[in-house]
Design a protein around this ligand. Structure first.
Ligand code: KG4
Ligand code: ZN
Length: 344
């Protein structure tokens, strides 16, 4: 019978498992100390199709999940029977992909008779900041920018967030991916736009991602993406050459500058001294530089997860799993995968 010990260990050893998209990942933490983080990615396979094919992702997770968990336990030098809990992403993401990690985690939790902790993937991205500094404590202002979400949050406590503003259409990462396609760059798009942008200059006039004259702080990436498409197509129709590196660089400025500006403004207005960030777009070197410098100028502390913990990984899932475990938020074995879950 499954009746796990729910007495909370203040320094638990937690295995995190992530399989929401194309990375199969596992990590082990002991308290806030990260012991291992392993990833097996199907990105190269997906690149052949220009994006993530859900069926291929699910099959790849099935092949990789056992191996990646073994590696994470081995690198951490922890045997499975020393685990206090298994934390696993249950959403948001591709259903078939999520079910692979979730079913594996359930089987492990059941066989070891330890708690299962279901983790919201986006909360995982936000918890990557705790991997930088184990002493880090809210409140912060947090910039979230991933493939599916873009928002500025007031992180009031480990478990309590207020959305200060966000996108009203596409997410920033999605815009990077779409612009990559327009510029003929391979999947994964974001990092390739960044590479190309390094060779160009901010010379093309594009609309800022910040929505003007809105009563709420709002961003729009759909309009910006369309402006990029128009800039490229109109130039082609006029028989003019438009430098793709300049387009990439100008787009990067229009997409990122307002996020940086507004994040710092929010921290100043709220009197919060720390800025954190999470999500795949935070791996962008230009964003990291701009946000770090803007925080320095404003006298704010800027805590950015390492690049490898911005894109999908299991260390962030273990980190958020720890927060939920310490709050006693355990999940039943009947926990289902969810394609979409609200952030707060
Ligand atoms: O957080 P993430 O790995 O997955 C989601 O949970 O959505 O974010 C993936 C997104 C993709 O849209 C990708 O293009 C973007 O993050 N991304 C980047 C960079 N690396 C990943 N965008 C801009 N610059 C990068 N270096
Ligand atoms: Zn993600």
């Amino acid at each position: 019978m499954y009746a796990p010990n729910t007495k909370i260990n203040p320094t638990p050893i937690i295995l995190g498992i992530e399989s929401s998209c194309d990375e199969t990942a596992a990590a082990v933490i002991c308290g806030r100390k990260l012991l291992s983080s392993e990833i097996i990615s199907s990105a190269t396979e997906q690149a052949k199709y220009g994006g993530v094919v859900p069926e291929i992702a699910s099959r790849a997770h099935t092949e990789a999940v056992d191996e990646v968990v073994r590696r994470a336990l081995k690198t951490a030098n922890v045997s499975a029977n020393r685990l206090d809990a298994v934390a696993v992403t249950y959403g948001a993401g591709l259903l078939g992909a999520l079910l692979v990690g979730l079913s594996f985690a359930k089987g492990l939790a059941y066989s070891l008779n330890i708690p299962l902790v279901g983790v919201n993937h986006i909360r995982g991205h936000l918890s990557a900041a705790y991997l930088v500094d184990s002493e880090l404590k809210p409140p912060f202002v947090t910039l979230l920018a991933s493939g599916g979400h873009t928002a500025i949050l007031h992180t009031v406590s480990y478990l309590d967030f207020k959305v200060l503003g966000g996108t009203c259409d596409d997410a920033a990462g999605e815009a990077f991916d779409k612009v990559a396609r327009v510029l003929g760059l391979e999947y994964p798009g974001g990092v390739n736009v960044e590479r190309l942008a390094r060779e160009g200059e901010n010379t093309i006039k594009l609309p800022s991602a910040l929505v003007k004259n809105s009563t709420r702080m709002q961003f729009s990436y759909s309009g910006l993406k369309t402006a990029v498409i128009n800039a490229v197509h109109n130039a082609a129709q006029r028989g003019e050459e438009v430098g793709y590196a300049d387009v990439a660089c100008s787009f990067q400025h229009a997409a990122i500058d307002p996020l940086v500006k507004k994040t710092v403004e929010c921290a100043k207005n709220l009197g919060v001294g720390v800025v954190t960030a999470g999500g795949g777009v935070i791996a962008n070197g230009y964003l990291r530089d701009s946000l770090t410098k803007a925080c320095q100028r404003a006298g704010l502390r800027c805590v950015l997860p390492e690049k490898r913990f911005c894109t999908d990984n299991a260390a962030m899932i273990a980190s958020e799993g720890l927060t939920q475990y310490l709050a006693g938020n355990f999940s039943p074995l009947g926990l289902n995968a969810c394609a979409q879950i609200p952030l707060v």
